[in-house]
Design a protein around this ligand. Structure first.
Ligand code: SAM
Ligand code: SF4
Ligand code: SF4
Length: 348
């Protein structure tokens, strides 16, 4: 099944909650996500049975990878119960799914074992720096680095690997943390990925001059720790991969690799095979979409799996989104013109 640009559907990202215990200023700024903010009511959320049913249909339509996200997915009560159900799904060829989760790591030390036991294969942990003061101010709830590192260790010990570490880089805030992060994770078997600060949502006051292009991140690391480019490991991969090099200038497996996700300076819409399911069951075809397609009504009104599959097929086949490729050509006030959904609602 292909969309209008010939892209298959392979990757489903499911947001299991729109709530979070952090207030990262690039995602859920405190001034907007305050005590009066209206989160989704419980009955609006897809139940685990509904998520599993929709996922099963997506898998029948070509999805091979499911990532749970949010908000903070580990805040969803008994998320392990959902993971158990998703881990039991099989592709039409009888293969297991690639089942993963993105988390801020705050509850990981407590939950790593139970997540693994439920069938989760690996995790991606977000961490924007090692300097405690910088990190506390970026998460804006005074959460310490040490607790996230403890969560990462617990995930490693539980076998939730290979672990990826996501660092969003804001030029004036944490660019000086790039090298300390690279030094810290080099040789650990964990893959550190630098993400360009994106203009998602409309609340984070995004400015182009706060984006540090990935090319500069690579240059900065290269100057101290030699890197060599690697081929993508799968089509549609968001990160460009770089290996740490040995003295002969060859990739050194013992030192591992890093990734850069350059959604602002180097669009990768061309092979984007990702669909996103919001907490309340809307299907979004792009991270920057202003609206989604309601699947919850269809399943709550007695729609069959065949009807659901046909709806998903029609939606995907009509898809032509390529926001990152056209960003530069949009009017400067695009954030107000296109009222985009928030990252915390749709997931990363
Ligand atoms: N709460 C979880 C976490 O932080 O890992 C999962 C949800 S979060 C929305 C998913 C990913 O999106 C995180 O790695 C986060 O750093 C990233 N993210 C959020 N806002 C972003 C922005 N404006 N630009 C780039 N990445 C962003
Ligand atoms: Fe929460 Fe993740 Fe957004 Fe930070 S990036 S506010 S941890 S959802
Ligand atoms: Fe995919 Fe949209 Fe991102 Fe392009 S901008 S890579 S279409 S999610």
């Amino acid at each position: 099944m292909f969309d209008q640009r010939g892209r298959p559907l392979r990757d489903l990202r499911i947001s299991v909650t729109d709530r979070c215990n952090f207030r990262c200023n690039y995602c859920m700024p405190k001034e907007v996500f305050d005590k009066d903010y209206q989160y989704l009511p419980h009955k609006a959320l897809l139940s685990f049975e509904e998520i599993t049913r929709i996922s099963k249909v997506f898998v029948s339509q070509g999805v091979q990878k499911i990532r749970l996200t949010g908000g903070e997915p580990l805040l969803r009560k008994d998320v392990e119960g959902l993971i158990e159900q998703l881990a039991a799904l099989r592709t039409p060829d009888g293969e297991m799914l690639d089942l993963t989760l993105t988390t801020n790591g705050s509850l990981l030390a407590r939950k790593a074992q139970s997540l693994k036991a439920a069938g989760l294969q690996r995790v991606t942990v977000s961490l924007d720096g090692l300097d405690d003061a910088v990190f506390r101010s970026m998460n804006d709830v005074d959460f310490p680095v040490a607790d996230v590192l403890e969560g990462i260790e617990a995930a490693h010990a539980a076998g939730l690997g290979p672990i990826k570490i996501n660092m969003v880089v804001k030029r004036s805030t944490n660019a000086h943390e790039i090298l300390p992060m690279a030094r810290h994770f080099r040789g650990t078997g964990m893959v550190l990925r630098f993400i360009e600060y994106m203009d998602v949502g409309h609340t984070n006051g995004w400015r182009m001059n706060e984006v540090l292009p990935s090319s500069e991140v690579i240059k900065l690391i290269q100057a101290e720790l030699p890197l060599v480019p690697l081929e993508p490991s799968s089509p549609g991969e968001t990160a460009q991969r770089w290996a740490y090099a040995n003295a002969a200038g060859q990739p050194d497996p013992a030192l591992g690799e890093i990734g850069v996700i350059s959604s602002v300076t180097q669009a990768f819409c061309g092979d984007c095979n990702r669909a996103r399911l919001s907490t309340e069951g809307k299907l979004f075809l792009c991270l920057f979409a202003s609206g989604g397609h309601d699947l919850r009504t269809l399943i709550r009104s007695g729609g069959t799996d065949t009807e659901l599959a046909s709806a998903i097929g029609q939606i995907w086949q009509a898809r032509s989104d390529n926001y990152s490729e056209v960003r530069g050509a949009l009017p400067a006030d695009k954030g107000t013109v296109m009222r985009r959904v928030e990252m915390s609602y749709i997931g990363g």
